[in-house]
Design a protein. Structure first.
Length: 247
């Protein structure tokens, strides 16, 4: 193996399961596929964005895709929820337009109305922690008796049982998952995130793509939502995927 081959292998080894999941989401959103060579050479967020721009086939559109989504989304709020048109601008806090009590229903209605993919609402951190604490409380008193016989099976049974219980608890509490995706605080953030998750569909319908600068911003917004990293921390010169603390 040459030094160049070793460098390529070492680079690809940094792409663990979480990174591969993120890359699949990026590919699906932009309607592209990365080659190993492109992933090896895309060492920063900027280089990854430049790679995406080169792979997009459409010419740069005369229409701003961000403005297209803004108008569609504002129209949805006006028609579905009777939200006054004048109360919606890019800086409007999303929590004012989508109150906690009705958020999941509104989220679902918007997705159905637009026919586009919206990212999942997130769990409150305290709720995920509480559900895990419940599982530990249930399993811990019986751990010694369950594992007393020794062997791999005696360890796997309580572990798998705990995972099953936790999954069931989260399923029962799913209506409480109402936190907006990371870096999705304003109406403008919501517009960019919808564009990011549905870029290929929207570019095709408008017969054109965004500028390279806009593609880079859209990519950063998508990465923030998918990884839970704040948008401000996803800098264009940051190393990919090391800056994201995923594997």
């Amino acid at each position: 193996m040459t030094l160049l081959d070793a460098d390529k292998t070492q680079r690809l080894e940094k792409f663990g399961e979480d990174t591969c999941d993120l890359l699949r989401t990026i590919e699906a959103s932009f309607g592209i596929e990365f080659s190993d060579a492109e992933l090896i050479s895309s060492r920063t967020i900027r280089e990854l964005g430049e790679c995406i721009s080169r792979k997009l086939k459409q010419p740069i559109s005369d229409r701003c895709l961000n403005a297209v989504v803004f108008n569609q989304l504002r129209h949805a709020f006006v028609n579905l929820f009777d939200t006054p048109r004048v109360s919606i601008d890019p800086q409007t806090p999303l929590r004012k337009l989508m109150p906690w009590i009705a958020r999941r229903r509104q989220w679902r209605l918007i997705q159905d109305h637009l026919g586009l993919v919206l990212p999942d609402l997130r769990w409150p951190i305290w709720l995920a922690g509480l559900s895990l604490a419940i599982v530990i409380t249930v399993i811990a008193p019986n751990w010694t008796s369950l594992t007393s016989k020794g062997g791999l099976l005696s360890v796997l049974v309580p572990v798998l049982g705990g995972i099953l219980i936790w999954t069931l608890i989260l399923k029962c509490l799913s209506p409480l998952a109402r936190i907006f995706p990371r870096s999705c605080d304003t109406f403008g953030d919501f517009v960019r995130l919808i564009l990011a998750r549905n870029y290929a569909t929207l570019a095709l319908s408008q017969r054109g793509r965004s500028s390279d600068k806009e593609v880079l911003l859209i990519l950063r917004q998508l990465i923030a939502a998918e990884t839970g990293v704040d948008l401000i921390d996803i800098k264009v010169e940051s190393s990919f995927p090391e800056c994201l603390n995923i594997y």
